[in-house]
Design a protein around this ligand. Sequence first.
Ligand SMILES: *Cc1c(COP(=O)(O)O)cnc(C)c1O
Length: 221
Amino acid sequence: MPSLIADNLNTIRATLPSGVSLVAVSKFHPADAIRQAYDAGQRIFGESRANEFVDKAQSLPDDICWHFIGHLQTNKVRQILPYTSLIHSVDSERLLRLIDTESKRIDRRTDVLLQIHVALEETKFGFSPAELQALLDSGVIDTLQSVRVRGVMGMASNVDDNDRITADFQAIARCFDMAHSHLGNDCDILSMGMSHDYPLAIASGANMVRVGSSIFGERCY
Ligand SMILES: *Cc1c(COP(=O)(O)O)cnc(C)c1O
């Protein structure tokens, strides 16, 4: 029997241009909901809390690509690293260096995105465009041995004004261009857009969107 989750997924997929990948944000939803999406063909899932992330990664199928999208505390890095295929939320140089050190220690290479902060409120985490520029100019990223910076992630302001949302996405897209011109073709992911604004994000160049409630329903915190 096709589930509501499968229907939602198919509806969203039909709106995505080719070349845009979909992260199904399953935070706060049970393993059973993830299974339904998995059975509908979804393989990329996003989680935002370390303990929940690890529990789900350990109990669900091995061919799932787990993306970490929430604020990552330095004391949780070691716990999540073995399961991550992409960390979207690297918001400080310290965290970046720590992920490099820990990845080296377990002989892995970790793909990450740098989180950009342009929104009015939403989160205090992330690099401003000027801070990103400074990080790129510092050459620190070139010294990392076990981390590959694959692009940037950002969120628009949580407002109803589409012009403001688009302005935020364009600012994040300019950060992506900046990173791409420093780091080259390995830097190829622009992660932006959530349930209510992902079409605007795609219009501004996103090639990865992170959609939760439109797939799984409202979260019960
Ligand atoms: C929760 C979350 C999402 C998904 O939000 P929805 O509005 O449920 O689609 C996307 N990105 C991040 C960083 C999130 O924390």
